[in-house]
Ligand binder design. Sequence first.
Ligand SMILES: [Zn+2]
Length: 434
Amino acid sequence: MLHERGHEGKAEGALLLAGAEVYNLGMSRTEKLYYSDPSALEADASVVSIEGDPGAPVVELDRTIFYPEGGGQPCDLGTIAGASLASVEERDGRIFHRLASPLAAGAGERVRLVLDGERRRDHAEQHTGQHLLSSTLLRLFEAPTVSFHLGVERCTIDLDVPALSDDDLAEAERRIDEAIAEDYPIVVHLCPPEDPSSFPLRKKLPEGEAEIRVVEIDGLDFTPCCGTHLASTARIRHLKILGAEKYKGMSRVTFVAGGRAAAESFAASRAAREAARAFGCSPAEIAQKAARAAERLKALEQAASGLQRERAALEAELASRDPGGLPAAVVLRYADRGADAAQEAVRAFTARGAAAIAASLPELTALRPRPTPARGSGSASSPSPKPRAGRAAAGTRASGRASPTRPPSMPSSPRPGASSGRRNERRLSDDRLL
Ligand SMILES: [Zn+2]
């Protein structure tokens, strides 16, 4: 098995053979062409058995180019006699292929195997990159890798250390870059005939394995592993560490290698150019510009919040000067205000003794005061200054005596006596608001 256990253990294909009696202990082990001829993208093989659902059969071959799922590495995919593979699993040295469609061949017939080479190369890039990453982090920071997961988009390793700093990760990435440039050969030692205990292994030997493969990166790293790897470190091309986070008392490092790392770099570079254009600066100045912009935004938001509060108080005061006085209940509907501003209006009208609810149409949010017994209900006076300008808030009297400046009431009725308090909102559907 792989030297690092997968985060997810056996995932896809784990139940491949569950309930299907396809074992034949008299059968020999499948010949693993992915080891003996790892560059082979096509091969012929004989069908040993076909079991299970004829529409999605499980096929055993006398030999295969398809690496089965194991540890943190997903299986190879491709076609057998033109039928697409859904999953590949190994049990007791025998490899079973589940197809996504019927097999146009019977037991004993020869079939053509075609590998999805791009998927194989991608997995080998990630896996070989992981060897180099784990080796580097162990050497630099005494951080042993305890698990590896090769994801569809990104890969992770879990390390038995509480934390790694950004500087640690940058140093590791720099060392890995050097190792890639040095183009160290990667050699697989078969044990037996070689003795695995003769190598300074990074991980413990797996138990109960008759055949062990020790993967060596040119004297730097020796690891028992059954996955698929590249022939040298230069084939990794690039490895990008995307970050580290604490995870169950350990550190989880996310990374990509090979083509994925190149794509990540292209995407990051493009995003940086676009951000630089938006800020009107060079990519190197983005962080500084962004920090300044964030500070300015925070100050503006605070100022806007104060203005919203002041506007709401003025509107409530103007409404209270209506000859009929402020209605007992007010419904406020805003087509151009966010939920925060609508909440300020609720607070201001409630402070003047009206039971108020409000709706923010842009944010499809309804707001009403939350009863707060400690503050009592009703007749608080306005803390706002005298109005300078502006118009009264849109609203209606709960009694139905509508003000000419106020739109029709919303269907809901506010609860009299509710007082101003914390923001109390809920989302509404388009139908209820528009
Ligand atoms: Zn490996």
